[in-house]
Design a protein around this ligand. Sequence first.
Ligand code: HPA
Length: 273
Amino acid sequence: MSDLLKRIEEARAAVAQRSAVKPAIGLILGSGLGDLADQVQAPVHVPYREIPHFPVSTAPGHAGRLVLGYLEGKPVVAMQGRIHFYEGYTMEQVIFPVRVMRALGIETLIVTCAAGGLNPAFSAGDLMLITDHINTMGQDPLRGPNEEQLGPRFPAIVGAYTPELRELALDTAREIGISLQQGVYTAISGPSFNTSAELRMLQRLGGDAVGMSTVPEVIAARHMGLKVLGIACITDMALPDAPVVLTHEEVLETAERTKPVFQKLVRGVLRRI
Ligand code: HPA
């Protein structure tokens, strides 16, 4: 067994020892969105620092633990706090938790994040269904030796955001009366926000939103054949001609405000999955 597979197995075994739940769905809860994990029924909390080889999230607004249990009757594992590339972790560390969740049994990954709106039709506080992404982080998380047991050397990423899950999210939003934007998520490595010229470039490239996460985990998930649903919370407008000096606190404040709608949408999707 390769060193990577051994590390995944050790982490999986440590988590499985703490909870008998066999999760079918994994949730990655982004900046300010982690409270959804507090609604998990019969929860077992496993702090990242107690899982062998797990990176520890250092970003404010990220609790740093796995929560296993049931949401809307579905067995889930939620990451309450994610690992970002900008924290200094390698891409392999950033995607390690997704690989462990896969080893625990998930078949679907719901990935959420805070993002700046590049599409002028959006407003801060909107939710955006991610239809596709552009990776401008400068690295592919699968760089390095390929582990054939996880997936192919050259995985297809086209259609990464599973069309049936996107339909399901749109139907859910319609049914429960939530307006849901749709668009392309552009990932930057961070931690600095963008210049006006960069924001203009990202708009011209076809981006509707910009953030510092999500893309590595989605690539890792697709490498392993998981179905993926992505939802971004537009926490601020990142418009080149109306530059605002943004703080992380403002990002967290908007995420906090949007939380009830976000939670309703994700719970509605889980109910229908
Ligand atoms: N830019 C980059 N990342 C972000 C932003 C932004 O405006 N808002 C939330 N995450």
